[in-house]
Ligand binder design. Structure first.
Ligand SMILES: Cc1cc2nc3c(=O)[nH]c(=O)nc-3n(C[C@H](O)[C@H](O)[C@H](O)COP(=O)(O)OP(=O)(O)OC[C@H]3O[C@@H](n4cnc5c(N)ncnc54)[C@H](O)[C@@H]3O)c2cc1C
Length: 514
């Protein structure tokens, strides 16, 4: 069977790409290994409770807004996005808390109360500085990179002014804030990339800024409902989605991709889009004879993000706590060191709890709630045997929840699932590193696997393992970049309802209007 493009994986990256390609007039097939769409962004239904498997923060909606506009839809209506206020509560193990909000004046007074007038002024400076940083860095993140020669371009010069590659997020913030707690409030978001603020490049101070500027949203029905809806829309546009059909191999003639072999049959296509986890997908589906830069050994040697220890709890009780709460260990730095040095923090670990039913009661039976608990933890490593410690660790995590207002929670639990880094590993996530390759400067821009995979022709990548990186907004961006490159390669100038089908800083190829 022939298709213009076959997408391997129905995660948010694969689905988003299929929407844009279908709107450009391509015949698209999506093959998904599992029995449901969504990948890490899917729902888990158990004992009458509905949990998000992975993402819970829908942030920086701008990219999703543009992509939905390109297919003539409104993302806020389609995904029923509810703005949260406060966006989340951050509780400091050292004492005090902040209710993060887009109301900048409220933020300034909270910071002034907690840390004094200098840090409060520092916050206004931080917002202004990062507004500029986002404007300057956007074009580096929404345009593909091919190699170091791109560095001589105008955009590279522009980003070098804001990147400050010699500084980390933590050192950049220490210039604006004296109180370690406020530095933490503006930097813990590097966890979304699976990194410590002490290692993440200073560009990523924009992550907290994005929350203060654009807010955080909850899609009614949970984050997993987003991928379900995207799949339904894609099918309505003619995309074929086949579930429970894993791709075993990507087929090549020479270095050119020609199709895929699935568990059921062979499909021919000149463009293959891989959305499966980069490291696992490459090693399983692309012959090693075609990979030098990304050989199995080199993939193994790369740095990987952290993993997560998860509890999905159904409780016969309702807690009046904010939708999102983060508890930051009193020894935050020590906790981060444990993660990077492959140790488990037993004493006072940082944890995150989502109590989504305060916004969306549809996720649990009446009078009950779903609690999603995430502990950032080292990725799978031979030094930790999770099977032997997971129950003991679960007890530590449950007792930490007391510090966030979930009193006596253990007595109310009626449904419980534990997921460890080893479980993530066994669901095709390399080393259980749920946020994929780490995001140090040595693995970003042209040093990250490229959207048009550089060692072959006709093989494209989308998702957290390619440029610009992990996190839903950047994953959607990866799909947009890849879709533009595929259209250009086919000479198609799609009607994407005002969205430019090419990159304004790169030489435009000749395209035929659709
Ligand atoms: C616990 C957790 C919390 C997170 N929190 C957030 C958050 O709050 N906000 C945020 O923006 N991001 C968050 N993320 C990060 C990120 O947004 C998600 O992980 C996202 O789902 C990654 O999307 P993806 O498209 O890269 O791939 P995936 O979601 O992993 O999808 C890949 C798909 O490919 C399929 N596949 C694999 N192999 C094959 C094969 N051989 N053949 C066919 N199909 C295959 C898989 O089954 C899967 O469906 C979180 C991630 C995790 C795990």
């Amino acid at each position: 069977m022939e298709y213009d493009a076959v997408v391997v994986g129905a995660g948010p990256g694969g689905l988003c790409c299929s929407l844009l390609l279908a709107k450009a007039g391509l015949k698209v097939l999506v093959l998904e290994k599992s029995d449901a769409v969504g990948g890490r962004t899917r729902l888990i239904e158990k004992d009458g409770f509905t949990f998000d498997r992975g993402p819970t923060f829908f942030h920086y909606p701008e990219i999703a807004e543009e992509i939905f506009q390109a297919i003539d839809l409104d993302v806020h209506e389609e995904l029923a996005l509810i703005r949260l206020d406060p966006s989340y509560r951050l509780i400091f193990g050292q004492g005090g808390h902040i209710d993060a909000t887009t109301d900048i004046d409220s933020m300034v007074s909270q910071i002034e109360r907690l840390s004094g007038p200098d840090d409060a002024k520092g916050f206004r400076r931080y917002v202004a500085d990062n507004r500029r940083k986002l404007r300057l860095s956007k074009k580096c993140l929404n345009t593909p990179w091919k190699g170091p020669s791109d560095l001589i371009s105008k955009r590279a010069l522009r980003i070098s002014r804001v990147l400050r590659p010699w500084r980390s997020v933590a050192s950049d913030l220490s210039k604006s804030f004296k109180d370690e707690r406020i530095q933490l409030a503006m930097s813990f978001q590097t966890k979304y990339l699976g990194m410590s603020p002490f290692h993440a490049p200073s560009l990523f101070t924009i992550l907290a800024y994005l929350e203060y500027e654009y807010g955080i949203f909850h899609p009614e029905g949970g984050m997993g409902s987003i991928t379900q809806k995207m799949a339904r829309i894609a099918e309505g546009m003619g995309v074929e989605i086949r579930l429970s059909e894993p791709v075993e191999q990507i087929l090549f003639e020479g270095r050119r991709a020609t199709g895929v072999k699935s568990s059921k049959t062979t499909y021919r296509a000149d463009r293959i889009v891989m959305n499966a986890d980069f490291a696992t997908g490459m090693r399983k589906m692309v012959p090693s004879s075609l990979r030098r830069k990304w050989s199995d050994r080199k993939i193994e040697e790369k740095s990987y993000s952290c993993s997560t220890f998860m509890l999905y709890l159904g409780v016969e009780h309702q807690y009046d706590t904010p939708h999102h709460q983060i508890y930051a260990s009193a020894d935050y730095e020590g906790n981060l060191r444990d993660i990077s040095e492959h140790r488990v923090t037993w004493e006072d670990p940082s944890i995150y709890v989502q109590n989504a039913c305060v916004t969306d009661p549809s996720l649990a039976p009446e009078g009950c709630s779903t609690l999603y608990v995430l502990v950032p933890i080292t990725h799978a490593h031979s030094s930790i045997d999770w099977d032997s410690i997971k129950h003991e660790y679960r007890d530590i995590v449950i007792s930490q929840m007391e510090k966030m207002g979930f009193h006596g929670v253990a007595e109310h639990i009626v449904s419980e699932t534990i997921v460890t880094p080893d479980d993530w590993s066994s669901s095709d996530i390399y080393k259980g590193a749920v946020f994929s390759l780490a995001h140090g400067l040595d693995q970003m821009l042209w040093r990250r696997p490229q959207n048009h995979f550089e060692e072959t022709q006709g093989l494209y990548l989308v998702g957290g393992g390619t440029h610009p990186g992990s996190g839903l907004p950047t994953i959607f961006e990866s799909s947009r970049i890849t879709s533009k490159m595929i259209c250009a390669e086919m000479g198609i100038d799609p009607d994407w309802n005002g969205m430019d089908p090419w990159f304004d800083e790169l030489k435009r190829p000749s395209l035929n209007p659709q």
